[in-house]
Design a binder for this molecule. Structure first.
Ligand code: ADP
Ligand code: UVW
Ligand code: MG
Length: 409
């Protein structure tokens, strides 16, 4: 580790969240937590790639939008980002050496990575063993690490794992009822994901409510969706499992499904196992039900009277509602429900449907408050609701920067 970092009072931490076809990034000055810039590279390897880069200057936000002819891979994407960081009027660094730490979001840590980890050659080799566990995510994170090593040659590379926050799950929540040797020999168990987000939003909610000893249900609804039961800051159950496929209905992933369907697809319809994986990971969820994976398009379709879109919405919200019931039982009480991520923060109708007819559990939404928008924490429960309902904007990148900063101190 770079010893000089610990003696400097301010360091630049660049956080990279690599998806299969996108890269989200943010640059922070730590420990001040000031975001210097942030951005999103979309449609890597596809047609019409784009980069949206935002620079925060004296309380103002300046936006650069680029539509490069092509962005064949993550390397091309991060090179463009590096150019935006270091060149032109809105440059925020002089050269790549100004970045002292690169923090990477890594979705699956498996049994091996249970906490934030400095990445070296050995760690990279071990990361390759996790590709099969999260095929949509971990290969992309690995690529992000390789590219960042080439560009930010001086930086300490650090991995922050989605699975880490769920290390507190008790065995009764993480074990499957299959013969023990599959756990002891092959580490087949539930791991849970979106931990960085569940940790961040539940800590924000605890600070907002002034209540450290609290019982929360955290509902992360992005492209991937998961819920966590969080008791006194510790995750005790979560809806994703061995990989990020089970639980809630997602943009393109099925969520919970009876495994008998898989046997039927293979034995009766002649699917091979890669086709099944592709079907459940990439062609299912809201995409499979409606032809669209983006909730904004699905809302628009409902407004046009599309019955498939309406049914898909009902399925999506009903699954969330069932997990709210399950996790209220798991927690034996409930102080607050937290909605977060792209859909959770923006889609009032999903929140309304998921919380509908739960007054028996003391959960009552205020319809008017639910329709308001805020960049801060928004309390959307009715005045007489025993359980608070909160919309808490997530910030996985800031949480990653904080964990990286703690690591290099
Ligand atoms: N205004 C909005 N209304 C409804 N859904 C939205 C809105 N804005 C974004 N979304 C949804 O958020 C999702 C992306 O969420 P995000 O948390 O960025 O996901 P990820 O990090 O997994 O890419 C998209 O599928 C999109 O449908
Ligand atoms: C774990 C996971 O599903 O991540 P994302 O929502 O970013 O796809
Ligand atoms: Mg996300």
């Amino acid at each position: 580790m770079n010893h000089e970092l610990s003696t400097m009072n301010q360091i630049n931490i660049f956080v990279v969240n690599s998806g299969s076809s996108s890269i989200k990034y943010q640059l922070f000055k730590m420990p001040a937590q000031n975001p210097v810039c942030s951005g999103l590279v979309e449609r890597i390897g596809l047609d019409n790639p784009s980069i949206t880069h935002k620079v925060y200057l004296n309380g103002e936000e300046k936006v650069i939008k680029l539509n490069p002819e092509e962005l064949p891979d993550h390397e091309a994407g991060l090179k463009e980002v590096n150019r935006l960081l270091a060149e032109g009027e809105l440059a925020v660094i002089q050269n790549p050496a100004d970045i002292q730490v690169v923090g990477h979001r890594i979705v699956h840590g498996g049994e091996r990575f249970t906490t934030t980890t400095v990445i070296d050659g050995k760690v990279k080799e071990e990361l390759k063993q996790t590709f099969q566990l999260a095929p949509l995510h971990n290969p992309a994170s690995y690529l992000g690490i390789e590219v960042a090593e080439k560009i930010f040659t001086n930086a300490t590379q650090i991995g922050v794992f989605d699975t880490a926050f769920h290390q507190t799950l008790p065995p009764k929540a993480f074990r499957f009822a299959i013969p023990n040797q599959y756990y002891t020999d092959f580490n087949i168990r539930s791991y849970g994901f979106h931990g960085t987000s569940h940790k961040y939003v539940t800590e924000q909610a605890a600070a907002y409510l002034g209540k450290a000893d609290s019982k929360f249900i955290s509902i992360h609804l992005g492209n991937g969706c998961s819920m966590a039961a969080v008791s006194n800051g510790q995750s005790i159950d979560t809806s994703m499992g061995f990989g990020p496929l089970s639980g809630l209905i997602m943009g393109t992933r099925s969520g919970d499904i009876d495994p008998t369907v898989i046997f039927y697809l293979v034995n009766q319809l002649g699917y091979d196992i890669n086709q099944v994986s592709n079907l459940l990971n990439k062609q299912s969820g809201m995409l499979g039900l409606t032809g669209q994976s983006d909730m904004r398009d699905i809302t628009a379709a409902i407004e046009q009277g599309d019955e498939n879109a309406r049914l898909a919405y009902d399925l999506y919200a009903y699954r969330i509602k069932k997990y709210i019931g399950a996790y209220t039982a798991v927690l034996n009480g409930l102080d607050a429900i937290i909605f977060t991520a792209g859909v959770g923060e923006n889609d009032a109708r999903v929140r309304e449907l998921a919380c509908a007819e739960l007054d028996y559990l003391g959960i009552r939404l205020d319809e008017a408050k639910n329709k308001t928008r805020s960049k801060e924490i928004n309390e959307i429960s009715a005045a007489d609701s025993r359980v608070k309902i909160l919309v808490v904007p997530t910030n996985e990148e800031l949480e990653i920067a904080q964990q990286c900063y703690a690591m290099v101190q």
